[in-house]
Ligand binder design. Structure first.
Ligand SMILES: [Zn+2]
Length: 289
């Protein structure tokens, strides 16, 4: 097996905001979930059309690793770019600390919803940058306008709700998450959605998996998703604030985070960096079993 083909263990490490510890995020997601249930009912869809996620979380940065000859290698650098880079958890902590000190409070303001109905048709060079040349959308990313990205899903796959960092003005998109994720490359953590082969993809998404859609035809999924986008679009933008205190690094058993080996607050890790070394050692011990 080549290094690039090394599978990423399903038990791994990530940095998230847990909705159960952030009342405004939980309240917002409960409102969206209520709307989802109502749409399922109004559209006459079966009850199993949508299965809600038990533990809502917003991924800040995946910290997944693979073990290579005793070294901990950044999983996404290996998988996306075929680069074998040893992770530097202490450097990651420094980057987090500098980011937090530079930003102050709030660490991030994230806008959900209230986006103009628009569809991106950009191809080739038009995909460069955040400006969408083929729509009047606020911006585009991953071939989607903000409207398209605000809610999207696939048959037998996740239903995702996305927001983006803004400054004081709700229409001033700061790209702060994207810049933070780029900075973390210095610690050998590559964003899961960044790859040398896809230079146009710039991950600035504050995405949350609300749940899972059933195995229904694409046209049914499309109708449902567009209704949900329309509902989000028709509302005032929802701005949520997040702070360093809201960030957790978790050693998970499943990506759903329903059962975790460990959950550590980032503020505590910054005060005591060896906590992150210990968490990775715990992960390594679990791999050896
Ligand atoms: Zn576009």
């Amino acid at each position: 097996m080549t290094e690039a083909a090394k599978p990423i263990p399903s038990k791994n490490v990530t940095m998230v905001i847990l909705a159960e510890h952030h009342a405004p995020l939980r309240a917002f997601l409960e409102t969206v979930h209520e709307q989802v249930r109502e749409l399922v009912c109004v559209l006459g869809l079966p009850k199993d059309f949508f299965v809600v996620h038990k533990r809502w979380h917003k991924t800040f940065l995946g910290l997944e690793v693979v073990l290579d000859r005793g070294r901990l290698i950044g999983a996404w650098f290996l998988q996306n770019n075929q680069e074998c880079r040893e992770i530097r958890p202490r450097e990651l902590i420094k980057i987090l600390d500098i980011f937090a000190r530079a930003r102050g409070k709030p660490l991030l303001k994230v806008r959900f919803g209230g986006f103009r109905r628009s569809w991106c048709y950009c191809e080739g060079e038009l995909k460069n940058g955040f400006r969408c040349a083929t729509s009047d959308g606020e911006f585009h990313a991953f071939g989607r306008t903000a409207y398209q990205g605000s809610a999207y899903g696939s048959s037998d796959g996740p239903l995702i709700i996305t927001g983006w960092p803004v400054a004081a003005e709700e229409n001033q998109f700061t790209r702060d998450l994207y810049r933070f994720r780029l900075a973390c490359e210095n610690a050998s953590y590559l964003d899961k959605y960044h790859a040398k082969t896809r230079p146009f993809d710039r991950d600035d998404d504050a995405y949350i998996r609300l749940g899972t859609l059933g195995p229904y035809p694409d046209y049914v999924i499309d109708i449902f998703v567009d209704k949900l986008r329309g509902w989000l679009s028709a509302h005032e933008p929802k701005i949520l604030e997040f702070n360093l205190e809201d960030l957790w690094i978790v050693h998970y058993e499943r990506p759903s985070l329903e059962t975790n080996q460990s959950e550590k607050r980032v503020v505590e890790i910054i005060a005591k960096p060896e906590m992150l070394d210990d968490l990775y050692e715990e992960w390594r011990a679990g791999q050896a079993r």
